[in-house]
Design a protein around this ligand. Sequence first.
Ligand SMILES: [Zn+2]
Length: 153
Amino acid sequence: MSDKHSTLGGTKPAPAKPMPSVDDPFNARFWAGLRQGRLMLQTCMDCHAPRFPASRHCPHCHSESGDWREVDGHGVVESFCTFHKAYWPGFAADVPYSVVQVRMSNGVRFYSNLVGVDTSAIQMGMKVQAVFEPVDGSDVTLLKFKPMAEASP
Ligand SMILES: [Zn+2]
């Protein structure tokens, strides 16, 4: 038996990546939405501002009202950086990888990764759309982004 993690002492499992707590009482609906392939955001029922992470009070008008709405998943890369060194063993196989700051069309910002594009092709202002990436062996689905398909002429 051999794989890329084989050692003289036997096989060693790949180092795990840190995982989010998906049953946090405020954000469980966000993570459940991702598992269903839907981007759900808590939205203020008074000023209608979406917010992430979910919270007891709206950061815009301080209202305690909030309900969950599905949003379109479209955004723009506002900033990014590319990691050439793995600061966490679980990411060693991904180097080089990029972390992007995406501003959604509704103003909410996420930090995530772009998939389906070489790190050298990432640019600020790139239009992206949400994709949903299940993590093997867990009940976690991560929010990632991919470049938005160009509209047909
Ligand atoms: Zn509000």
